[in-house]
Design a protein around this ligand. Structure first.
Ligand SMILES: C[S@@+](CC[C@H](N)C(=O)[O-])C[C@H]1O[C@@H](n2cnc3c(N)ncnc32)[C@H](O)[C@@H]1O
Length: 349
């Protein structure tokens, strides 16, 4: 029998719906620069005059945002409002751009897919993921963990001494920039199948004055021509879910054959962790929703099962497989594996 009083459940439902409105109110305030304008107290009339926005809707947004604690009334007499709480923090934090991209991704990226989810689960054809806007947003969001991920990478044995790096699916090149800045005699190749994204990676490397030690190649890693046995470290950051489970063995064999003996493969992935800290921080819920979102696409394949991942790496010939977690409760990790120090008698294709 359900012992929770009905009133509590009603409250829980209203809070659940409230968090949906709250996220939208936050996005509206950021999109229209209303929070920035409310760094100093303003009345609805002043804000409407300055912004040329619809006064009635603006007034209603102010009331709603205040009721959600995103702004507060500072003068009761003429009802002036000022930015407050979460909105204030979001504007001021050093991670503001990435966290705002996360908000946009949740509403604009997840929103339409989650609306269709009942039909998708019932068997409707799944859409393809290919949106330059979403890719750009995903790249901005992934910068949130870049610093922690780079320092976790540095703790993987062999990474600090690696000189020839290969970043598969390098996105905007953040990891190449980070690695080449840290390891000054290293050289990096980024492979990116999206030409526009690759162009931005090349620009980012140039802006960081790293063009001399790097190169970005456009194409599918599975078919690009790459020298065998030529890399000390190969990275797969946040993109294993682009590779269908059926081709993962071929993917790992290809990576294995491009590593020098003793070379390292490091795979970064989010994990749906059931540890208390991960649940408390909302990281489990976030990763689980991400996994559902990925699987709802025809050309994406969900977060990997770590046990299966370890087993596939072993089958291909890797040894010393281990993990380094770098978010609370192990919600994001590197699964890394080393190729044997002596080459195999029969090299893989
Ligand atoms: C979510 S982004 C991650 C980007 C970057 N690694 C990071 O962690 O910030 C995944 C990237 O992998 C690229 N990608 C996926 N499959 C690829 C393939 N077979 N060959 C080359 N790039 C690929 C995608 O185009 C996308 O830019």
């Amino acid at each position: 029998m359900n012992r929770t009083p009905s009133k509590w459940r009603e409250r829980e439902l209203l809070q659940t719906l409230g968090s949906f409105s709250r996220a939208h109110l936050l996005r509206i305030g950021i999109r229209l620069d209303l929070f920035a304008a409310l760094r100093r107290p303003k009345t609805a009339n002043q804000l409407a005059q300055d912004s040329q926005l619809a006064p009635d809707l603006l007034q209603a947004w102010l009331r709603a945002a205040a009721s959600h604690g995103l702004i507060r009334v500072v003068r009761d007499r003429d009802r002036a409002y000022e930015i407050d709480g979460l909105a204030k923090w979001l504007l001021e934090t050093p991670d503001s751009a990435s966290l705002t991209a996360l908000l946009e991704e949740t509403i604009e990226g997840y929103g339409p897919i989650f609306e269709r989810m009942p039909d998708l689960i019932a068997g409707d054809a799944r859409p393809e993921f290919h949106s330059p806007v979403e890719s750009r947003r995903a790249a901005e969001v992934s910068r949130l963990v870049e610093r922690q991920a780079l320092s976790a990478l540095g703790r993987i044995p062999g990474v600090r001494g690696a000189r020839r790096l290969l970043d598969v699916g390098c996105g905007y090149g953040g990891y190449l920039v980070g690695m080449l800045r840290r390891y000054r005699d290293a050289h990096g190749i980024g492979i990116e199948q999206d030409a526009e994204v690759a162009e931005i990676a090349a620009q980012n490397l140039q802006a960081a004055d790293l063009s001399r030690r790097s190169e970005v190649r456009v194409g599918d890693f599975m078919s690009l021509d790459l020298d065998s046995g030529s890399h000390d470290l190969i990275l797969l950051n946040n993109n294993l879910y682009y590779f269908a489970p059926g081709i993962r063995r071929a993917l790992f064999e290809r990576i294995f054959s491009r590593l020098v003996p003793g070379g390292v493969l490091a795979i970064q992935t989010a994990v749906v962790s059931d540890r208390a800290t991960a649940r408390f921080m909302g990281l489990s819920a976030n990763a689980a929703a991400f996994d559902l979102y990925l699987r709802a696409h025809d050309n994406l394949y969900g977060l990997p099962d770590l046990r299966e991942l370890h087993a596939s790496l072993l089958e291909v010939g890797f040894e010393s497989i281990a993990e380094i977690a770098f978010l609370p409760g192990g919600s994001a990790r590197y699964v890394w594996a080393r190729a044997p120090r002596a080459p195999l008698a029969e090299p893989l294709v």
